[in-house]
Design a protein around this ligand. Structure first.
Ligand code: URA
Length: 288
């Protein structure tokens, strides 16, 4: 082997080694027309041919690999091409499929749910029964955002199905809004123990999925039910009773803050303010 071929081969081997490919063997030279030897006909390990025209694909995440490409990228002209034996790391995984493909196309709720997976990103995961992702029309004009699932929601995996949900349904009905037409979700998708208010780290872990849901649905109006939703969506820390009933900008949508139905259940005299805000929602959607 001449010096330049040796150098080129070394560069390729180092490159593959950086990628975790260490086993190589040299295929027997097979004369044209001669029958293949048993070894080359039935390789005991998965084998891949060396790159012919182009060097191996780079991971497609935009994240740089630590493996520098060899200086010479033109295909080497080996007297007998070496055949790689790829030894995948631990679990069987395809070296070039390990990096997720870049996402193209519009954001969808299915995709977001898939990315959420069997979420373990925060400390709510061990005590939840079900992830409560959200439910409703994926193209809703109106999205309701609550605080977090309670016991009934955790049990059923659906938002606002307990007492607060019944009140929400009644309010919608009162102003002629159908539940099937809207989308309903929460700031956090797992039940906080004892129905406590979600903590900052939990909201931080979960809110990117909420923002993506809003982005996928592209509603005209977001209704924040209670302080945690107002804080998460609008970044407003003022008391809910001060800011309720007002419309805010949220990108190309509007957001309205109102009291949480659970607050009304505890303070039945406040039902009228919730009703008042629902009338504002109706008027907004009707373009009044
Ligand atoms: N309260 C919420 O904030 N969300 C629910 O889903 C149920 C009750």
């Amino acid at each position: 082997m001449d010096d330049s071929t040796r150098k080129e081969l070394t560069a390729w081997l180092e490159f593959y080694q950086e990628l975790g490919i260490e086993g190589f063997y040299r295929r027997e030279t097979v004369a044209v027309g001669a029958p293949p030897s048993p070894a080359s006909a039935q390789p005991s390990e998965p084998a891949a041919a060396p790159p012919k025209q182009a060097p191996p694909r780079e991971p497609t995440t935009g994240v740089a690999t630590s493996a520098p490409r060899p200086a010479a990228l033109k295909p080497a002209t080996f007297p007998t091409p070496p055949t790689m034996v790829v030894r995948p790391p631990a679990a069987s995984f395809n070296l070039f499929e390990a990096a997720p493909a870049p996402r193209t196309g519009p954001e969808t709720l299915e995709r977001i749910r898939e990315d959420l997976g069997d979420c373990r990103r925060c400390k709510l995961a061990p005590t939840r029964r079900n992830i409560v992702f959200g439910v409703g029309n994926p193209h809703a004009e109106l999205v309701f955002i609550g605080e977090g699932p309670g016991a009934d929601e955790d049990e059923q995996g659906l938002p606002f199905v307990g007492r607060a949900g019944k009140l929400l349904n009644r309010m919608m009905q009162a102003v002629g809004i159908e539940r099937e037409d809207v989308y309903i979700c929460n700031v956090v998708k797992c039940r906080p123990p004892e129905n406590r208010t979600p903590e900052k780290d939990e909201v931080d872990a979960c809110s990117p999925f909420l923002y993506r849901q809003i982005e996928a649905i592209k509603p005209r109006l977001i209704c924040c039910l209670g302080a945690p939703a107002v804080r998460t969506v609008l970044g407003i820390k003022e008391g809910i009773t001060k800011i309720r009933g007002r419309f805010y900008e949220f990108g190309s949508a509007k957001a309205l803050a109102t009291v949480h139905p659970a607050y009304v259940l505890r303070n039945p005299r406040e039902e009228k303010i919730l009703r008042e805000d629902f009338e504002k929602i109706r008027d907004f959607l009707k373009g009044r």
